[in-house]
Ligand binder design. Structure first.
Ligand SMILES: Cc1cc2nc3c(=O)[nH]c(=O)nc-3n(C[C@H](O)[C@H](O)[C@H](O)COP(=O)(O)OP(=O)(O)OC[C@H]3O[C@@H](n4cnc5c(N)ncnc54)[C@H](O)[C@@H]3O)c2cc1C
Length: 419
């Protein structure tokens, strides 16, 4: 089949690769000049399937309202909110009910474990070399933090995830550079999870896809998907649509706009987050792998010779407007745990401060499958865990497009669930 993939973020790249493995003739259209230049560019890189969970959880609305106005609140609202954002918040609120949460979480867990297996398979099979470190720790500052994570740990137990609750001394043995002056209770340690550079992986897999014959058209914006002719797209600046046998929408946040004229209403909003990436000053003072400060919801990751600190969730605002206080929170958390780990911009180091837009659906799981329109498939809405979910999402969609059942149960990942 001749297949067009729209978007070369991590989801478009994994999808294009898997379709090429199945022998299809694939063309990827990407408006930027390279792969993984938008949300897949500088995310935290955490691959922790047990922690891939919906943001719509019981008790979350009250918790967010209580934290909303505190200086280092993990979730912030940018006023004024648009009608679409308000509608999204309402749908998110409805998805916080226990039964929806349990179903969404179970689905995400299935996809996340499947994805991690596929990531490992691809990395080993193709001998891909990218920055990565094994192990993930959720740091608990106090007894209260520990109590708050207990329901989540019960779910990890039920899902058979390997983890250990360890005290501060044991944490310091695993991460010897942790600030000796920062007192804390302990951590949840997940030895099988870890961190890896999403963008590097995307660029490597893109090369592998090219080797299998995938053609990439960069600096090429899809203006719209044709309504009148199935599986046809119009490229901005071209007069006639291009025709394919199938199209896959992997345009991240932009997918909702592209699908709306076709009558497909996807309730997706941008949930903005930030990262700073700085060169390591002294390896002995730097983290060895990935840690999550549970109180501030900030991840600190070791990515090769750099440390990346990522977090914050903002609804409203724009990608261009960076909120200074959110970046300050990242520095605060880094300083609390690893002071002296990185070189600073004011001393001439190249420190990258980045804002990204998570393509977020209100209930949690992405949409992977047919659109209901002939020739149009969807792989979108991966929210805060698109890297962790990418390899499984690409493989599962390729299976569905081939008319084969996917290797995991895909119930709850279809567009139908959004009503
Ligand atoms: C601060 C932060 C931290 C994160 N941390 C993690 C983490 O630790 N682990 C994890 O798993 N996930 C994490 N994520 C989430 C993850 O980064 C996203 O889920 C993932 O990158 C989404 O990938 P995507 O391919 O769907 O979107 P994108 O990477 O945005 O790709 C979509 C592509 O489509 C292209 N496109 C759009 N419209 C068009 C058009 N009309 N024509 C042509 N091309 C088009 C865009 O240019 C873009 O390249 C984080 C996100 C943020 C913001």
């Amino acid at each position: 089949m001749r297949v067009a993939v729209i978007g070369a973020g991590i989801i478009g790249i994994t999808t294009a690769y898997e379709l090429a493995v199945d022998g299809h003739e694939v063309t990827v259209f990407e408006r930027r000049s390279a792969a993984a230049e938008e949300t897949s560019f500088a995310n935290a890189g955490v691959i922790a399937p047990g922690y891939v969970a919906p943001w719509a959880t019981p008790g979350m609305p009250g918790k967010l309202i209580r934290q909303l106005f505190s200086r280092h609140a993990p979730v912030k609202l940018g006023w004024p909110l648009s009608g679409r954002e308000l509608a999204w918040i309402w749908k998110w609120y409805q998805s916080c009910k226990l039964d929806s949460y349990l179903a969404n979480r179970a689905q995400l867990l299935r996809l996340a474990f499947y994805s991690r297996d596929r990531l490992h398979q691809l990395s080993a099979g193709l001998q891909l070399e990218y920055d990565r470190s094994p192990g993930y720790m959720v740091l608990l500052r106090s007894e209260k933090d520990s109590q708050l994570v207990q329901p989540g740990l019960q779910l990890l137990r039920e899902a058979g995830v390997t983890f250990n609750e360890i005290n501060a001394e044991e944490v310091r043995r695993i991460e010897p550079a942790l600030n000796p002056d920062t007192a804390f209770l302990g951590a949840v340690h997940l030895p099988d999870d870890g961190v890896a550079n999403c963008r590097q992986f995307a660029l490597l897999l893109k090369n592998e896809a090219q080797r299998l014959g995938v053609s990439f058209e960069f600096n090429t914006t899809v203006a719209h998907v044709e309504r009148a002719q199935a599986a046809s797209i119009l490229i901005a600046g071209e007069a006639a649509p291009r025709r394919f046998d199938q199209i896959v929408m992997c345009a991240g946040l932009a997918s909702a706009e592209l699908l709306r004229p076709l009558g497909l209403k996807i309730p997706m909003v941008a949930v903005y987050g930030y990262s700073i990436s700085a060169p390591i000053r002294e390896p002995l003072n730097a983290p060895r792998s990935a840690l999550m400060d549970e109180r501030y919801k900030v991840a600190i990751s070791r990515l090769g010779q750099r440390v990346r600190v990522a977090g914050s969730a903002e609804i409203g605002g724009s990608l261009g407007a960076k909120r200074a206080s959110s970046i300050q929170t990242l520095y605060k958390v880094l300083h609390d745990w690893f002071p002296g780990a990185v070189q600073h911009a004011h001393l001439g180091a190249h420190v990258q401060a980045w804002k990204g837009a998570r393509p977020m659906l209100p209930d949690g799981p992405p949409i992977i499958g047919g659109s209901g329109l002939p020739g149009l498939w969807l792989n979108l809405g991966h929210g805060s865990s698109g890297w962790a979910l990418s390899c499984g999402s690409g493989r599962a969609l390729a299976d569905l497009m081939a008319g084969r059942p996917a290797e995991i149960d895909m119930a709850g990942l279809d567009i139908g669930r959004l009503g």
